[in-house]
Design a protein around this ligand. Sequence first.
Ligand code: L34
Length: 300
Amino acid sequence: MAPAKSAALISGKELSEAIVREVGEEVASLKSKDIHPGLAVVLVGSDPASQVYVRNKRRTCDALGIRSFAFDLPENCTEKRLLTLVTKLNADPAVNGILVQVPLPKHINEQKVLNAIDPIKDVDGFHPMNVGKLLNGEPSFVPCTPAGCQEMLMRSGNDPAGKHVVVLGRSNIVGKPIAALLMQKGKGGDATVTVCHSRTQNLEAITKQADILIAAIGIPLFVKANMVKSGVVVIDVGINRIPDASKASGTRLVGDVDFDTVSKKAKAITPVPGGVGLMTIAMLMKNTVRAVKLQRRMKL
Ligand code: L34
Protein backbone atom coordinates (compact mmCIF):
# COMPACT_ATOMS: atom_id res chain seq x y z
CA MET A 1 0.00 0.00 0.00
CA ALA A 2 1.22 3.49 -0.81
CA PRO A 3 2.03 5.57 2.26
CA ALA A 4 -0.68 8.02 3.28
CA LYS A 5 -0.05 11.43 1.74
CA SER A 6 -0.30 14.58 3.76
CA ALA A 7 -1.85 17.87 2.71
CA ALA A 8 0.06 21.06 2.09
CA LEU A 9 -0.36 23.42 5.01
CA ILE A 10 -1.77 26.84 4.16
CA SER A 11 -0.04 28.90 6.82
CA GLY A 12 -2.04 31.80 8.18
CA LYS A 13 1.07 32.88 10.00
CA GLU A 14 3.20 33.25 6.86
CA LEU A 15 0.44 34.71 4.70
CA SER A 16 -0.75 37.18 7.34
CA GLU A 17 2.83 38.33 7.95
CA ALA A 18 3.21 39.01 4.23
CA ILE A 19 -0.02 41.04 4.19
CA VAL A 20 0.93 42.94 7.35
CA ARG A 21 4.27 43.83 5.71
CA GLU A 22 2.45 45.12 2.62
CA VAL A 23 0.08 47.18 4.76
CA GLY A 24 3.05 48.47 6.77
CA GLU A 25 4.56 49.93 3.61
CA GLU A 26 1.28 51.69 2.83
CA VAL A 27 1.09 53.06 6.37
CA ALA A 28 4.64 54.39 6.06
CA SER A 29 3.80 56.06 2.77
CA LEU A 30 0.70 57.68 4.30
CA LYS A 31 2.72 58.88 7.27
CA SER A 32 5.25 60.49 4.94
CA LYS A 33 2.27 62.59 3.77
CA ASP A 34 1.44 63.36 7.42
CA ILE A 35 -1.59 61.05 7.35
CA HIS A 36 -1.92 58.88 10.47
CA PRO A 37 -4.37 55.96 10.22
CA GLY A 38 -6.38 55.32 13.38
CA LEU A 39 -8.54 52.39 14.43
CA ALA A 40 -10.96 52.33 17.37
CA VAL A 41 -11.42 48.85 18.86
CA VAL A 42 -14.36 48.56 21.25
CA LEU A 43 -14.68 45.59 23.61
CA VAL A 44 -17.70 45.16 25.88
CA GLY A 45 -17.41 42.70 28.76
CA SER A 46 -14.68 40.23 29.62
CA ASP A 47 -15.16 37.16 27.44
CA PRO A 48 -11.67 35.59 27.50
CA ALA A 49 -11.63 34.64 23.80
CA SER A 50 -12.73 38.14 22.73
CA GLN A 51 -10.03 39.62 24.97
CA VAL A 52 -7.37 37.56 23.17
CA TYR A 53 -8.63 38.55 19.71
CA VAL A 54 -8.87 42.23 20.61
CA ARG A 55 -5.42 42.21 22.18
CA ASN A 56 -4.00 40.66 18.98
CA LYS A 57 -5.68 43.38 16.92
CA ARG A 58 -4.31 46.21 19.05
CA ARG A 59 -0.82 44.68 19.01
CA THR A 60 -0.83 44.39 15.25
CA CYS A 61 -1.87 48.04 14.99
CA ASP A 62 1.07 48.99 17.21
CA ALA A 63 3.49 46.92 15.15
CA LEU A 64 2.32 48.66 11.96
CA GLY A 65 2.18 52.19 13.23
CA ILE A 66 -1.61 52.38 13.07
CA ARG A 67 -2.94 54.39 16.02
CA SER A 68 -5.22 52.19 18.05
CA PHE A 69 -7.85 53.66 20.31
CA ALA A 70 -8.92 51.14 22.94
CA PHE A 71 -12.34 51.25 24.57
CA ASP A 72 -13.02 48.57 27.17
CA LEU A 73 -16.53 48.80 28.55
CA PRO A 74 -17.94 46.71 31.40
CA GLU A 75 -20.30 43.79 30.82
CA ASN A 76 -23.20 45.81 32.30
CA CYS A 77 -22.63 48.75 29.93
CA THR A 78 -25.95 50.03 28.56
CA GLU A 79 -26.85 50.01 24.88
CA LYS A 80 -27.27 53.78 25.12
CA ARG A 81 -23.73 54.28 26.41
CA LEU A 82 -22.33 52.15 23.60
CA LEU A 83 -24.37 54.02 20.98
CA THR A 84 -23.12 57.33 22.40
CA LEU A 85 -19.53 56.12 22.07
CA VAL A 86 -20.09 55.05 18.45
CA THR A 87 -21.59 58.45 17.63
CA LYS A 88 -18.56 60.15 19.15
CA LEU A 89 -16.16 57.94 17.17
CA ASN A 90 -18.10 58.59 13.94
CA ALA A 91 -17.43 62.30 14.42
CA ASP A 92 -13.76 61.99 15.43
CA PRO A 93 -11.46 62.74 12.45
CA ALA A 94 -8.53 60.87 14.08
CA VAL A 95 -10.58 57.66 13.90
CA ASN A 96 -10.64 56.12 10.43
CA GLY A 97 -12.01 52.73 11.40
CA ILE A 98 -14.45 51.57 14.08
CA LEU A 99 -14.68 47.97 15.24
CA VAL A 100 -17.10 46.77 17.89
CA GLN A 101 -16.08 43.22 18.82
CA VAL A 102 -18.94 40.72 18.75
CA PRO A 103 -20.67 38.93 20.37
CA LEU A 104 -22.06 41.73 22.57
CA PRO A 105 -23.77 41.01 25.90
CA LYS A 106 -27.35 39.74 25.49
CA HIS A 107 -28.99 42.94 26.76
CA ILE A 108 -27.52 44.96 23.87
CA ASN A 109 -29.09 44.85 20.40
CA GLU A 110 -26.07 43.99 18.29
CA GLN A 111 -27.50 44.96 14.91
CA LYS A 112 -28.62 48.31 16.29
CA VAL A 113 -25.04 49.07 17.33
CA LEU A 114 -23.53 47.89 14.04
CA ASN A 115 -26.10 49.98 12.13
CA ALA A 116 -24.94 53.07 14.05
CA ILE A 117 -21.37 52.87 12.72
CA ASP A 118 -20.71 55.29 9.86
CA PRO A 119 -20.47 53.02 6.77
CA ILE A 120 -17.28 54.78 5.66
CA LYS A 121 -15.58 53.80 8.96
CA ASP A 122 -17.07 50.29 9.01
CA VAL A 123 -13.83 48.28 8.67
CA ASP A 124 -15.69 45.07 9.61
CA GLY A 125 -18.11 45.47 6.72
CA PHE A 126 -21.07 44.60 8.96
CA HIS A 127 -23.19 47.71 8.26
CA PRO A 128 -26.22 46.90 6.04
CA MET A 129 -24.95 49.41 3.45
CA ASN A 130 -21.68 47.49 3.10
CA VAL A 131 -23.42 44.10 3.22
CA GLY A 132 -25.63 45.28 0.37
CA LYS A 133 -22.71 46.64 -1.62
CA LEU A 134 -20.87 43.32 -1.33
CA LEU A 135 -23.93 41.46 -2.62
CA ASN A 136 -24.28 43.99 -5.44
CA GLY A 137 -20.70 43.46 -6.58
CA GLU A 138 -19.45 46.92 -5.60
CA PRO A 139 -17.67 46.04 -2.35
CA SER A 140 -16.68 48.85 -0.04
CA PHE A 141 -15.45 46.96 3.04
CA VAL A 142 -15.38 43.15 2.84
CA PRO A 143 -15.74 41.47 6.28
CA CYS A 144 -12.29 40.48 7.56
CA THR A 145 -12.70 36.73 8.05
CA PRO A 146 -14.24 36.08 4.61
CA ALA A 147 -11.63 38.36 2.99
CA GLY A 148 -8.92 36.42 4.85
CA CYS A 149 -10.26 33.08 3.57
CA GLN A 150 -10.26 34.40 0.00
CA GLU A 151 -6.65 35.62 0.37
CA MET A 152 -5.59 32.20 1.71
CA LEU A 153 -7.06 30.51 -1.35
CA MET A 154 -5.54 32.95 -3.83
CA ARG A 155 -2.10 33.20 -2.24
CA SER A 156 -1.79 29.40 -1.91
CA GLY A 157 -2.55 28.86 -5.59
CA ASN A 158 -6.09 27.58 -5.05
CA ASP A 159 -8.13 30.07 -7.10
CA PRO A 160 -11.83 29.33 -6.49
CA ALA A 161 -12.83 30.22 -10.08
CA GLY A 162 -15.03 27.49 -11.54
CA LYS A 163 -14.67 25.32 -8.42
CA HIS A 164 -17.43 23.95 -6.25
CA VAL A 165 -17.07 25.68 -2.90
CA VAL A 166 -19.14 24.23 -0.07
CA VAL A 167 -19.60 26.57 2.91
CA LEU A 168 -20.64 25.04 6.23
CA GLY A 169 -22.43 27.72 8.24
CA ARG A 170 -24.67 30.69 7.44
CA SER A 171 -23.69 33.36 9.95
CA ASN A 172 -23.68 37.06 9.09
CA ILE A 173 -19.99 37.33 9.91
CA VAL A 174 -18.67 34.34 7.93
CA GLY A 175 -21.03 32.00 6.05
CA LYS A 176 -23.22 34.52 4.23
CA PRO A 177 -20.53 37.04 3.27
CA ILE A 178 -18.07 34.38 2.12
CA ALA A 179 -20.69 32.88 -0.15
CA ALA A 180 -21.37 36.35 -1.60
CA LEU A 181 -17.66 37.02 -2.03
CA LEU A 182 -16.71 33.77 -3.75
CA MET A 183 -19.68 33.72 -6.13
CA GLN A 184 -18.88 37.26 -7.26
CA LYS A 185 -17.78 37.83 -10.86
CA GLY A 186 -14.07 38.40 -11.32
CA LYS A 187 -10.74 37.87 -9.56
CA GLY A 188 -10.96 35.80 -6.38
CA GLY A 189 -14.56 34.85 -7.20
CA ASP A 190 -16.35 32.95 -9.98
CA ALA A 191 -16.95 29.92 -7.75
CA THR A 192 -20.03 27.71 -7.67
CA VAL A 193 -21.13 28.05 -4.06
CA THR A 194 -23.30 25.78 -1.92
CA VAL A 195 -24.18 26.89 1.61
CA CYS A 196 -24.99 24.15 4.14
CA HIS A 197 -26.16 24.55 7.74
CA SER A 198 -27.72 22.80 10.71
CA ARG A 199 -30.92 22.03 8.79
CA THR A 200 -29.23 20.63 5.68
CA GLN A 201 -30.23 17.07 4.76
CA ASN A 202 -27.68 14.57 3.42
CA LEU A 203 -24.86 16.90 4.40
CA GLU A 204 -22.16 14.34 3.64
CA ALA A 205 -23.37 13.86 0.08
CA ILE A 206 -22.87 17.60 -0.46
CA THR A 207 -19.59 18.12 1.38
CA LYS A 208 -18.12 15.19 -0.59
CA GLN A 209 -18.66 17.18 -3.78
CA ALA A 210 -16.61 20.11 -2.53
CA ASP A 211 -13.43 21.09 -4.36
CA ILE A 212 -13.02 23.68 -1.61
CA LEU A 213 -14.65 23.22 1.80
CA ILE A 214 -15.02 26.16 4.18
CA ALA A 215 -15.98 25.11 7.70
CA ALA A 216 -17.60 27.80 9.86
CA ILE A 217 -20.18 26.03 11.99
CA GLY A 218 -18.62 26.39 15.42
CA ILE A 219 -18.68 22.69 16.29
CA PRO A 220 -15.28 21.30 17.29
CA LEU A 221 -13.85 18.62 14.95
CA PHE A 222 -17.16 18.37 13.05
CA VAL A 223 -15.73 17.63 9.59
CA LYS A 224 -14.38 14.06 9.41
CA ALA A 225 -12.40 12.36 6.66
CA ASN A 226 -15.47 10.46 5.41
CA MET A 227 -17.17 13.79 4.62
CA VAL A 228 -14.60 14.97 2.04
CA LYS A 229 -13.26 13.76 -1.27
CA SER A 230 -9.57 13.24 -1.73
CA GLY A 231 -7.79 16.30 -3.07
CA VAL A 232 -10.14 18.76 -1.34
CA VAL A 233 -8.84 22.16 -0.20
CA VAL A 234 -10.01 22.87 3.35
CA ILE A 235 -10.34 26.26 5.05
CA ASP A 236 -11.10 25.85 8.76
CA VAL A 237 -12.67 28.98 10.24
CA GLY A 238 -13.60 27.40 13.58
CA ILE A 239 -11.80 28.21 16.82
CA ASN A 240 -12.97 25.99 19.67
CA ARG A 241 -11.46 25.29 23.06
CA ILE A 242 -11.83 21.64 24.09
CA PRO A 243 -10.74 19.88 27.28
CA ASP A 244 -7.25 18.36 27.09
CA ALA A 245 -5.79 16.92 30.28
CA SER A 246 -2.29 16.82 28.73
CA LYS A 247 -2.17 20.65 28.56
CA ALA A 248 -1.24 22.91 31.45
CA SER A 249 -4.28 25.07 30.71
CA GLY A 250 -6.49 21.97 30.65
CA THR A 251 -7.72 22.90 27.18
CA ARG A 252 -6.51 23.08 23.60
CA LEU A 253 -7.64 24.94 20.50
CA VAL A 254 -9.18 23.00 17.63
CA GLY A 255 -11.05 23.98 14.50
CA ASP A 256 -14.33 22.74 13.05
CA VAL A 257 -12.29 20.18 11.08
CA ASP A 258 -10.75 16.98 12.40
CA PHE A 259 -7.32 18.02 11.13
CA ASP A 260 -5.49 14.75 11.85
CA THR A 261 -7.70 12.62 9.61
CA VAL A 262 -8.87 15.18 7.03
CA SER A 263 -5.32 16.38 6.32
CA LYS A 264 -4.45 12.89 5.06
CA LYS A 265 -7.05 13.19 2.29
CA ALA A 266 -6.80 16.89 1.50
CA LYS A 267 -4.63 18.61 -1.11
CA ALA A 268 -4.23 21.60 1.22
CA ILE A 269 -5.59 22.62 4.60
CA THR A 270 -5.38 25.51 7.08
CA PRO A 271 -4.31 24.88 10.71
CA VAL A 272 -5.96 26.05 13.94
CA PRO A 273 -4.43 28.03 15.58
CA GLY A 274 -2.19 29.78 13.06
CA GLY A 275 -4.76 29.82 10.27
CA VAL A 276 -7.77 31.96 9.44
CA GLY A 277 -7.72 33.86 12.77
CA LEU A 278 -4.43 35.54 11.92
CA MET A 279 -5.72 36.41 8.45
CA THR A 280 -8.77 38.09 10.01
CA ILE A 281 -6.43 40.48 11.81
CA ALA A 282 -4.30 41.14 8.73
CA MET A 283 -7.41 41.99 6.69
CA LEU A 284 -8.58 44.36 9.41
CA MET A 285 -5.31 46.27 9.01
CA LYS A 286 -5.83 46.33 5.25
CA ASN A 287 -9.40 47.61 5.67
CA THR A 288 -8.18 50.35 8.01
CA VAL A 289 -5.82 51.69 5.35
CA ARG A 290 -8.64 51.36 2.83
CA ALA A 291 -10.83 53.45 5.14
CA VAL A 292 -8.25 56.23 5.19
CA LYS A 293 -8.07 56.24 1.40
CA LEU A 294 -11.85 56.16 0.93
CA GLN A 295 -12.30 59.01 3.40
CA ARG A 296 -9.67 61.10 1.64
CA ARG A 297 -10.84 60.08 -1.84
CA MET A 298 -7.36 58.76 -2.59
CA LYS A 299 -6.64 56.15 -5.25
CA LEU A 300 -7.17 52.65 -3.77
N1 L34 B 1 -16.53 42.86 15.17
N2 L34 B 1 -16.09 40.73 15.96
C1 L34 B 1 -15.88 41.70 15.05
N3 L34 B 1 -15.02 41.53 14.00
C2 L34 B 1 -14.34 40.37 13.84
O1 L34 B 1 -13.55 40.19 12.79
C3 L34 B 1 -14.51 39.36 14.80
N4 L34 B 1 -13.79 38.17 14.76
C4 L34 B 1 -14.45 36.93 15.16
C5 L34 B 1 -15.12 37.17 16.53
N5 L34 B 1 -15.69 38.52 16.67
C6 L34 B 1 -15.44 39.55 15.83
C7 L34 B 1 -12.48 38.10 15.10
O2 L34 B 1 -11.76 39.07 15.18
C8 L34 B 1 -13.28 35.96 15.25
N6 L34 B 1 -12.10 36.80 15.29
C9 L34 B 1 -10.78 36.35 15.55
C10 L34 B 1 -9.69 37.23 15.58
C11 L34 B 1 -8.42 36.78 15.87
C12 L34 B 1 -8.18 35.46 16.14
C13 L34 B 1 -9.24 34.58 16.11
C14 L34 B 1 -10.53 35.02 15.83
C15 L34 B 1 -6.79 35.02 16.48
O3 L34 B 1 -5.96 35.83 16.80
N7 L34 B 1 -6.51 33.72 16.45
C16 L34 B 1 -5.20 33.16 16.74
C17 L34 B 1 -5.03 32.84 18.22
C18 L34 B 1 -6.25 32.29 18.88
C19 L34 B 1 -6.12 32.07 20.41
O4 L34 B 1 -4.99 31.94 20.92
O5 L34 B 1 -7.17 32.01 21.08
C20 L34 B 1 -5.02 31.94 15.87
O6 L34 B 1 -3.89 31.52 15.69
O7 L34 B 1 -6.01 31.43 15.34
